[in-house]
Design a protein around this ligand. Sequence first.
Ligand SMILES: *[C@@H]1O[C@H](CO)[C@@H](O)[C@H](O)[C@H]1NC(C)=O
Ligand SMILES: *[C@@H]1O[C@H](CO)[C@@H](O)[C@H](O)[C@H]1NC(C)=O
Ligand SMILES: *[C@@H]1O[C@H](CO)[C@@H](O)[C@H](O)[C@H]1NC(C)=O
Ligand SMILES: *[C@@H]1O[C@H](CO)[C@@H](O)[C@H](O)[C@H]1NC(C)=O
Length: 449
Amino acid sequence: MAAVFLLLLLAFASPAAARYTANWTSLDARPLPSWYDEAKVGIFVHWGVFSVPGFESEWFWWHWQGQQPPDPKCVSYMSENYPPGFSYPDFAPQFHAQFFNPEEWADIFKASGAKYVVLTSKHHEGFTNWGSPYSWNWNSVDNGPKRDLVEDLGDAVRNRSLHYGLYNSLYEWFNPLYLEDKKNGFKTQQFVMRKLLPELYNIVVKYRPEVIWSDGDWEAPDTYWNSTQFLAWLYNDSPVKDTVVTNDRWGQGTACKHGGFYNCQDKYTPGQLPKHKWEKCTSVDTLSWGYRRNMKLKELMDLPAIIDDLVSTVALGGNYLLNVGPTADGTVPSVFEERLRGVGAWLETNGEAIYATKPWRVQMENGTVPVWYTSKGATVYAIITAKPPTTTLKLLIPQTSATTKVTLLGRPSSLPWAPVYPNAGLTVLLPELPFTPGQAWTLKLDHVQ
Ligand SMILES: *[C@@H]1O[C@H](CO)[C@@H](O)[C@H](O)[C@H]1NC(C)=O
Ligand SMILES: *[C@@H]1O[C@H](CO)[C@@H](O)[C@H](O)[C@H]1NC(C)=O
Ligand SMILES: *[C@@H]1O[C@H](CO)[C@@H](O)[C@H](O)[C@H]1NC(C)=O
Ligand SMILES: *[C@@H]1O[C@H](CO)[C@@H](O)[C@H](O)[C@H]1NC(C)=O
């Protein structure tokens, strides 16, 4: 009797025995695997049949034939350029991906300094970028590229020691099973049982993604999607149970409230330090996540804007997931490549102030230029995202001591400084700031509080 009791006690005391239950209280208590917070920077890739029309956005099909009234721009684009009766699925055979070289893509993503890559395995259109047995002729192996895009990119990304994640849309605009469930007020789960869940289990077992980036959840409650049951399996028994992270889009009202890290809304920018780990997803093309053939340079984020956004996100405890939309031919447009390599060049020098950092006690101060703070152990990083107008920079927040040391990342010697008040604030004499296309520089402060 006593021995049995002891065994039971051991079983419950050992962390290996911790199992999650299919409810939010239990799932939300799971610690986030540490790689994710340390990584800070990821690349988001929106690629699918929507890349073929490459017009307006990845929501093209919905804007053309779903929403009421339809978007007149999409309607006239189709009537002016395609024969009558041309349907959205007719775009799929033109998703050739003939220039898709996953090694080249992975080289670019690696060069960006990102530590993870998230690919759309299936967007709201329902086309799967792998040979899903549950998506007859509406998948990239039987149609279009004739290739397992999820696997090919995953192999190349992992070969460069980057983490690999998959975006998956829960709903599908025009799936007849989904529309039937919706008509039934989501009291039936035909779509969930016959399409969604089989595919989710399929991609996890087959490709072992370390991020499940869920989306398209908002029309129905999490109970319709069986989200908590899926997550309990993912965290307890899946092949990625120890390393996988998930976001917060698992049903109406779950965003910013349940799941792993929080995305809240697209391009979410909190005003102050959130209590929970979060991620900002945003896109180099400010008007679309998917490729647009008529995008203009002025509609894209330039490198300083990207660096500024990345720095403030990390200072506020977030990860930064930056999106690019490849073409249907399988190329990463050169202008996106240029932006990503620019981010990588900046991180080459300043990454010490980004990767594996923690938010500091204060996130920013407005001096003559904005200053964002991050920290690592006893070191504080002050990142300035504009060139100061004078050769001195005044920081009022750090508390100095006699042993305080200031350096500029990328420059070996330490910089002269003087306290503003006894033990509070410092004025740093800046050297000539080296040119950086990112237009942001980092002061490393040792022995401050
Ligand atoms: C959730 O699961 C936990 C752990 O099994 C259990 O203690 C708790 O009562 C459950 N909560 C709800 C609301 O069902
Ligand atoms: C990447 O691929 C090369 C060549 O196949 C192999 O030698 C190397 O070990 C791989 N690296 C990783 C991290 O998987
Ligand atoms: C879906 O959830 C119900 C309970 O709501 C459960 O009985 C069923 O086993 C779940 N199915 C799957 C495939 O997770
Ligand atoms: C700094 O200035 C910006 C822009 O004027 C403002 O939005 C922000 O609240 C200020 N932050 C602090 C900490 O003063």
